[in-house]
Design a protein around this ligand. Sequence first.
Ligand SMILES: NC(=O)c1ccc[n+]([C@@H]2O[C@H](COP(=O)([O-])OP(=O)(O)OC[C@H]3O[C@@H](n4cnc5c(N)ncnc54)[C@H](O)[C@@H]3O)[C@@H](O)[C@H]2O)c1
Length: 290
Amino acid sequence: METMKGRVAVVTGAASGIGKALSLAFAAEGAKVVLADVEDEALTETRKEIEALDATVLAVKTDVTDENSVGDLCAATLEAFGGVNILCNNAGVGGGGLVKNQQLVDWKWVIDVSLWGVIHGLHHFLPHLIEAEESHVMSTASVAGLMAVPGLAPYNAAKFGVVAIMETLHHELARDEDANVGVSVLCPGVVRTNIATAQRNRPEHLRRQSNDAGSASAKAPEEARSRNAAIAAALENGMDPGEVAAKVIGAMYDNRFWVLSHPELLAEVNHRNQELANLENPTLISSFTD
Ligand SMILES: NC(=O)c1ccc[n+]([C@@H]2O[C@H](COP(=O)([O-])OP(=O)(O)OC[C@H]3O[C@@H](n4cnc5c(N)ncnc54)[C@H](O)[C@@H]3O)[C@@H](O)[C@H]2O)c1
């Protein structure tokens, strides 16, 4: 992408963490920013922060799990600015727990937000990105989309899916002479955000159920709680989201597909790939294992 000045950038999950940092960075580059998030108060707060930078900003309360809500976000963007140049499918949630302890609602919530959210974004925005003279689409996956971190199966499944979709899109758009759309996938390591409290946005009907009919929602089992506590502690020492946003902006200018916040983690990804190449059973050297 040559310039972001005057371009229209849509960011989902824009009210916190990486999405908020991306939104601030696009505003600093002179883009018009569309903030989409399910969390009302934080969304308003972020809009005010960006307005204070004298940037053009639109905030649209959006639930990325809802196809119609993302459709409304797209319509609001086109109505306000007449087109779109940058889409960041960034909203995502996660939580820990062994596969044997997952309830179906655990799978459903994580995959609805972190995978279907990306699919809804592409479904509604891609035709308009292709129409634009120059555009770029980025989706936030994770290193958990490149290697299977134990205790995070729904998250891994969603993030492997995001990587697969974006890689496919990259190949397809590279062959499409009518499109001038750059494609990137962001695979962060540990970043200092609010993802450890992602449950704050979990809808009531997808909360864990107790086995006793009629009783209150079930707590996560002890192993999941201690895993989540370890993730929360690691996040406190994670990378600043502003640093991650700067890497994304750089990748968009340079038209780079892979954006890794912590490239040193590739050693672990390469270990997996080498075992696959040798048809050996997977083993872990991961810093994410306990
Ligand atoms: N923080 C990390 O260490 C890390 C590592 C790898 C990947 N990621 C990914 O980065 C992305 C951003 O997460 P973050 O770490 O900044 O977390 P965060 O919790 O700080 O921000 C996520 C935002 O998404 C919003 N959101 C949640 N559900 C939504 C929904 N249904 N519709 C719209 N918005 C919704 C939240 O309100 C929040 O503002 C996610 O996709 C996450 O999986 C984060």
